[in-house]
Design a protein around this ligand. Structure first.
Ligand code: NAD
Length: 310
């Protein structure tokens, strides 16, 4: 099976490497030229994990230079790149190409569906963590689970393509029975952890030091529950809170710096407009007030706008 990972940053590289190592014909497609050139020069991607560092042989190219039409495209840029990425590889999408997104945030499926019919889009979430150490070099941050579902609700050929692609690979993928809930609950998780760690400039476990953290998190999540309900999506507050408790456990991945904080520290744009910002916009469409998420989104944008003056 031919797979193109479009947006091969930390996660795209990790998923691409896992598929390449299990025998799939993988091409990493990314607009960051220096990253692509390093991978072309070294013949693939350097992967660090608990076994050490190894070179995984993979092809790498820019979107403009990519020519091979794959069976599966995995879009794995940041949410603000989705439109640019899917448009840049529109020439690779054939009549049976399936597109998978495991990106965080709201709106990725809608953007991809402007180019690909919904029955060929598979969406989901992953709790796997990965870090890009530099061009052509990625570090795995432990395992997690990955759930997917064909976005038209059918358990059809497109979800089978995705499950077949990952079968026998190091990444276990299961089929979700309600992908909208899964995606919104991950948004709620990120809308709490990513933003608060970014604003306080701390790792996730540190949030537990603030006695009011559960109340603050609850206020953010409650608005997301209401906006989700207006969009026909059930967001289970208890399920979101359970994932937050697990993630902030210092004996688990608690010392991890969320990607939003890493983006802020490295002068890159954050996904705030696709997390709390998207909840605020959708709330406004349904006349649902979202004062807490509005302020949180403002504070993150303020931190972004002023970071060069720190
Ligand atoms: P990333 O920031 O590593 O990569 C995204 C894009 O930015 C890629 O095109 C990459 O090439 C480019 N990029 C990265 N560093 C760059 C640099 N120094 N200069 C120029 N371009 C650079 O993104 P990611 O962490 O892989 O996240 C992809 C999606 O997956 C997001 O929606 C994210 O929220 C989600 N996600 C990430 C993780 C994680 O642990 N990283 C976990 C779960 C979900």
């Amino acid at each position: 099976m031919k797979v193109a990972v479009v947006g091969a940053g930390a996660m795209g590289c990790r998923f691409g490497a896992a598929l390449g190592e299990s025998g799939r014909d993988v091409t990493l497609v990314d607009p960051w030229l220096a990253h692509v050139q390093v991978m072309q020069r070294q013949g693939g991607l350097l992967v660090d994990d608990e076994q050490g560092t190894r070179l995984v042989k993979l092809k790498a190219t820019t979107p403009e230079a990519s020519t091979e039409q794959p069976d599966l495209i995995i879009v794995f840029g940041k949410a603000m790149q989705t439109e640019r990425l899917i448009t840049a590889v529109a020439h690779l999408i054939g009549p049976s190409t399936v597109v998978l997104t495991l990106q965080n945030g709201l709106g990725n499926v809608e953007t991809i569906s402007t180019v690909v019919p919904r029955e060929r889009i598979v969406a989901g979430v992953t709790t796997i963590g990965t870090e890009l150490l530099g061009p052509g070099h990625v570090r795995s941050l432990g395992d997690g689970n990955t759930q997917v579902m064909q976005v038209d609700g059918a358990s059809g050929a497109s979800s089978t393509t995705v499950l077949d692609a990952f079968a026998g690979s190091a990444i276990a993928v299961t089929e979700s029975s309600d992908v909208a809930t899964t995606i919104w609950q991950k948004v709620a998780f990120n809308a709490v952890l990513n933003t608060l760690c970014t604003l306080a400039s701390v790792p996730v476990s540190a949030l537990r030091s603030y006695p009011e953290f559960p109340n603050l998190a609850d206020a953010i999540i409650e608005e997301i529950v209401q906006v989700g309900a207006a969009e026909g999506v059930v967001v289970d507050k208890a399920a979101v809170w359970a994932t937050i408790v697990k993630a902030t456990d210092p004996t688990m991945s608690g010392h991890h710096l969320p990607s939003m904080l890493q983006d802020l520290l490295s002068q890159r744009a954050t996904e705030i407009d696709y997390l709390n910002g998207a909840v605020v916009r959708r709330g406004a469409r349904h006349d649902i007030p979202t004062p807490v998420n509005t302020v949180i989104a403002h504070l993150v944008r303020l931190a972004e706008a002023t970071r060069s003056e720190r």
